[in-house]
Design a protein around this ligand. Structure first.
Ligand code: ADP
Ligand code: MG
Ligand code: MG
Length: 242
């Protein structure tokens, strides 16, 4: 079953400039799919377009067979779609727990919130210890965890993460991607945009390389790592994938 289906997607911030130029991408239910690509390829624009934040010129975006084109961004959570932007925004003056409870506000079903909170604290023990602490006192990596946990509190079927490992120490990168696997095990389908190709593909089922607003290469994660074309699509291809 397809969770997300993108066909010939053309989109841009202004009417004059197309950033996505005929992009195609599919994510099956329960998959982890990573989108790679050089800076400026349109990766964040792709995620923002799916999330309803960038106007679609033509093409189709479907979540479980229902079109998201023209849907207002604030209604996406109700459709089962959650999105964590690259710079994780938390409510800095609210406690971690209040941030997570706010995530549950979008739910139709108010039951099971205490259980879901407990599950989040199990998933992110670092947050559990500090649940009464203001989110603004946390490190960048911990804020990212709050943003992901808050998104999950809405019980999305699909979660999109824009560069979840950006700015983290190499040690934390591994931690973040191990968590992504655990999130999938909760039954959430994942679309990830990353610069950190090796670490992201290591936990992904499949990947796409985006350049100039459309997918250039796609395939199983292990195949992409071995594909010289993938390294060549990056600037600094001499070094291969990072
Ligand atoms: P990536 O995430 O792959 O680095 P982006 O999707 O952020 O790439 O950017 C793709 C292109 O879209 C770039 O040329 C960038 O300048 C342009 N762009 C990004 N955000 C905006 C915006 N808010 N308004 C206009 N153009 C934008
Ligand atoms: Mg970028
Ligand atoms: Mg980006």
């Amino acid at each position: 079953e397809l969770a997300l289906s993108i066909r010939d997607l053309v989109a841009g911030y202004t009417p004059e400039v197309d950033i996505l130029r005929g992009a195609n991408l599919q994510v099956a239910r329960g998959e982890i799919v990573t989108v790679l690509g050089p800076n400026g390829a349109g990766k964040s624009t792709l995620i923002k377009t799916i999330a309803g934040l960038v106007p679609v010129r033509s093409g189709e975006v479907q979540l479980f067979g229902h079109s998201l084109v023209g849907e207002a961004a604030h209604r996406m959570v109700g459709r089962g779609l959650a999105y964590v932007p690259q710079t994780a925004n938390v409510f800095a003056r609210l406690t971690i727990q209040d941030n997570l409870e706010l995530g549950a506000c979008a739910r139709h079903d108010r039951a099971g919130i205490a259980e879901d909170l407990a599950r989040m604290y199990q998933l992110f023990p670092r947050l559990a210890e500090r649940r009464r602490q203001a989110a603004g006192t946390l490190s960048g990596g911990e804020r990212q965890m709050v943003a992901v946990a808050r998104a999950l509190m809405a019980r999305p079927t699909m979660l999109m993460l824009d560069e979840p490992s950006a700015g983290l120490s190499p040690k934390l990168v591994g931690v973040v991607f191990a968590k992504v696997r655990e999130v999938r095990d909760l039954g959430v389908t994942l679309l990830i945009v990353e610069q950190n190709a090796r670490a992201a593909l290591a936990i992904s089922d499949r990947g796409y390389v985006l350049a100039q607003g459309r997918e250039q290469v796609s395939g199983a994660a292990a195949e992409l790592l071995a594909n010289p074309e993938v390294g060549a699509l990056y600037l600094g291809a001499r070094r291969g994938l990072t």
